[in-house]
Design a protein. Structure first.
Length: 260
């Protein structure tokens, strides 16, 4: 699978302009690929009280616009957005296929800091997956991946590619640099960690988006500027790495009861 990682913050509060950026990137990834964009990409992250105004249903107008982009370019798209469901607003990520089908919608389970806890309701489903061209794709958002139990749950559920739209801030760049490759290796899966970049309000995003392979090696890594990375997810490498590194088979769950 060809994977595009769009490291960009778009324009805060400008959904139509951000859809335009997403469409241009989807065209570059091309037919049969998967484009991943950052956390809260459609609206911007630092939108404060505008979250209530900009939040949409998972099947709302913006989802329809993303589906049209996906069909036009034949590329699947995973994107972050604020989701409204009744009176609740969630920090969500949705996966849409290249044929425009809504495959999966995930609500961030671990909210980071006062800003997120004030404006969002935490999700309650840890593992959300979909099948895309024979690959099991899992969804997670930013802070969620820093909890090893979360990623291990995906590994045990058969996730091959963990897609993580992110709004990673200074001074936590070690997450992208060190933690993500370790998460990929210890769980024997690919992790696509796609960050925002630049400054929004009080937040300074560090970029450093990365696709880490099951061997713990970064297949591609961004710097601190806006860019589109393109790399491949290789099922053959995944199978060979899992055969050589039997972490999941060697687990002893009976010893881990105290974790829960």
């Amino acid at each position: 699978m060809r994977l595009g990682l769009l490291q960009s913050s778009g324009v805060v509060g400008a959904v139509e302009r951000n859809l335009g950026v997403l469409g241009e990137a989807a065209g570059r990834v091309g037919r049969g690929g998967l484009l991943v964009v950052p956390e809260m990409f459609l609206t911007g992250y630092a939108i404060g009280d505008d979250i209530g105004r900009l939040a949409e249903a998972a099947d709302g107008d913006s989802a329809g616009a993303v589906a049209e982009i996906a069909v036009r370019h034949g590329a699947a798209i995973a994107y972050g957005y604020p989701e409204r469901d009744g009176d609740a607003v969630f920090n969500s990520a949705q996966l849409i296929s290249g044929s425009g089908e809504r495959l999966a919608n995930y609500r961030k389970t671990h909210l980071f800091g006062c800003f997120e806890r004030e404006h969002f309701t935490p999700g309650e489903q840890a593992v959300v997956q979909a099948q895309l061209d024979g690959i099991t794709v899992g969804l997670m958002i930013c802070y969620d991946v820093e909890f090893p139990e979360n990623v291990r749950a995906h590994a045990l559920a058969g996730t091959d590619l963990l897609v993580v739209p992110t709004a990673q801030m200074h001074p936590f760049q070690f997450v992208a640099e060190s933690m993500i490759p370790v998460r990929a290796f210890e769980n024997q899966l690919y992790v696509a960690y796609v960050n925002r970049v630049g400054t929004e309000g009080e937040f300074e995003f560090v970029g450093l988006s990365v696709l880490a392979g099951p061997d713990g090696v970064a297949r591609t890594r961004a710097g601190r500027a806006e860019e589109l990375l393109v790399a491949d997810v290789d099922p053959a490498l995944l199978a060979a790495s899992r055969a050589a590194n039997p972490y999941l088979a060697d687990r002893r769950p009976g010893l881990y009861g105290s974790l829960v």
